[in-house]
Design a protein around this ligand. Sequence first.
Ligand code: G6P
Length: 472
Amino acid sequence: MVSESATATAAQVLVASNRGPVSYTVGEDGELTARRGGGGLVSGLSAIGDDAGALWVCAALGEGDREAVRRGVGEPGVRMLDIDAGSREGVHAAAYNGIANSVLWFVHHMLYQTPLEPVFGPEFRAQWAAYETYNRAFAEALAAEAAPGAAVLVQDYHLTLVPGMLRELREDLRIGHFSHTPWAPADYFRMLPDDVAEQVLRGMLGADRLGFLTNRWADAFTECCVRVLGGTSGTRIGVHGLGADADFLRERSRREDVEERMATLRGQVGEGRKTIVRVDRTELSKNIVRGLHAYRELLETRPEWRERVVHVAFAYPSRQDLAVYRDYTAEVSRVAEQINTEFGTPGWTPVLLHVDDDFARSLAAYRLADVALVNPIRDGMNLVAKEVPVVSDEGCALVLSREAGAYEELGEDALAVNPYDTSATAEALHAGLSMPAGERAERTKRLAAAATALPPARWFLDQLHALTDDAA
Ligand code: G6P
């Protein structure tokens, strides 16, 4: 049996995701502390109001979460599943680290390369079985909680099998699935074992409607269905390009703690210097190391920028259970240090790297940035590219990978780069640093307008309405 926290019955609108809106830590005194997260889904779900009978089903992720489930502690409107309860020890880790983060994430971001080639042997099969168990636990919980005819919005690559499984349990439900990542082209997707590729696609096609962040990812999914299954069997597909939350960002970025961090950052950067800012989770797909190489090339080929610019790089921890992520994190620090050793002078540190997550400091850097560097190899959307223009104080040039989903909406006013081409990226950084203030401000204004076209609350409601409206 999967154990779970108790909640109200019969929800009308349900969201299912691996990571939920709240997480718990156990203090030394044994007290549980809850921490609420942010993001598009949180503001989206709050937009439908408390009376709508909404329920968020998510997994217990750490010991704190599991302890909360054991003690029956929960937030209203949230049901946490302890997937590993009873005889299922290790199922969540195998599904999350093994399949979701090491296989599906790598396929959709096209990250496999020697020596990271996938080997789909017995270990993979055991993890795949765990992924099925984990998806089934979600489907069963949703089936138990949903009111007749309720709308269920399933999120992301962790839960691709849920729509199909839930459909078998509850024919009456309206089921949607949304992918927050890119979708791999068919030739790449077919790297997955045939039966697994089929299962993923059929699982998702169990939904009434599928959502993607851009046309490009939606088209890739359709192509996979045609190539692997022969078609999409009538499931509706929509594109909803999540935008930045302008109201929240503008208010939050003007608070005292952000002002304090701006003063600190200004001191660290030094009087009269320009800044190239990047803010990422340390994911291989974010391409942070090539970004550093591009910056190094800038200092090499355009020596006039030495002592006149600082690369403010915030690389926050992510998925540290995986060796490949830990190695990548170490590589980011190593390359940053190398640049500082090679070019630094007593009064100038070329790279200012921070690895501890601090949202107020990120906002401070957004406000100060002269150039924002967003150069992922592939990215479902990339909200940093959308957030910077919204909060920027005096306008910021945006160097943007054409492989980020955000490029579909922001491409015209950004400086586009091929993320593998560090020389072209160095030139784009130079162009951004050299851009006249007036042009920068104009572009930033247009970027901010495009970036906020679909704020999180509307993004969520559009999907919900499209799911419950048969014509959409
Ligand atoms: C990124 C992706 C999301 C994904 C999330 C999971 O933000 O854009 O699609 O759901 O990572 O992150 P986690 O820390 O839960 O592994």
